[in-house]
Design a protein around this ligand. Structure first.
Ligand SMILES: NC(=O)c1ccc[n+]([C@@H]2O[C@H](COP(=O)([O-])OP(=O)(O)OC[C@H]3O[C@@H](n4cnc5c(N)ncnc54)[C@H](OP(=O)(O)O)[C@@H]3O)[C@@H](O)[C@H]2O)c1
Length: 211
């Protein structure tokens, strides 16, 4: 199957590599196309460089928006007419950096980023918050772990999105565990209790119940 990956920076490039090594075709797009081109050259025939964000969705079953939170809304607007009927996967943390390099949450405390992003999507798009719980280097190191796979948590309100994102998580070499509905995305983000955890399925399920 085919997944568009918009944003080929630190997390997008690792997601693309892991999906491609699991057999997925990836269509890549970045701001200036250079990082998408370099990544595609590294991945090989399983990767296609798209002509732009809109073109990345051509023939894709799903899209991963591996973008900083501040640009998500404008990219969603740009590709909105291609999102109906598609799984939209968002790994973004709702963080921003000021001119002094201070990092802060861009949403009020307690506001779910998943709910906010759901409000930006057109009707018919199916949202899952996923692939953002582990730092890129940890993600790469933990994929295809043996004998017990590492877990990637996800959150969604949509059963079909859940099935689709579980397939992508397995393709990337992890075991999927649902944290809950989209309002639970704050558990997945930086500062959340499920963020940056490399755990197996049994421990993951006990953590879900223990919140
Ligand atoms: N880095 C991590 O370890 C990590 C882990 C988990 C979650 N996350 C979350 O994932 C998100 C991305 O983080 P990151 O570290 O991967 O950021 P990053 O390295 O800065 O990469 C951002 C990517 O977005 C692309 N981009 C920017 N504006 C765009 C536009 N208008 N259209 C298409 N592509 C555009 C950039 O293109 P160019 O390459 O052309 O500049 C770049 O490839 C953040 O919200 C972060 O919180 C990151």
């Amino acid at each position: 199957m085919t997944t568009a990956i918009i944003g080929t920076g630190r997390i997008g490039s690792v997601i693309a590599r892991q999906l491609a090594s699991g057999g997925e075709t990836v269509r890549l797009s970045s701001a200036d196309r250079e990082s998408a081109r370099a990544l595609a050259a590294q991945i090989g025939p399983a990767a296609v460089v798209a002509a732009g964000n809109h073109d990345a969705l051509q023939g894709a079953d799903a899209v991963v928006l591996a973008l900083r939170f501040a640009v998500l809304k404008s990219v969603i607007t740009e590709i909105a007419d291609r999102l109906a009927g598609k799984l939209v996967v968002v790994p973004s943390n709702p963080l921003g950096m000021d001119a002094q390099g201070n990092i802060s949450r861009l949403l009020p405390e307690g506001q779910s980023s998943g709910k906010v992003i759901a409000g930006w999507l057109p009707a018919g798009a199916r949202l899952a918050m996923a692939f953002g719980t582990l730092p890129a280097d940890v993600f790469e190191a933990a994929s295809n772990r043996s004998p017990e796979p590492a877990v990637l948590f996800y959150a969604t309100d949509d059963d079909r999105a859940g099935e689709e994102v579980e397939r992508l998580i397995r393709t990337a070499g992890f075991e999927p565990v649902k944290a809950g509905g989209i309002e639970q995305s704050s558990r997945l983000e930086v500062g959340g209790d499920l963020h940056e955890l490399v755990v197996g399925p049994a421990q993951a399920r006990s953590l879900i119940g223990g919140a």
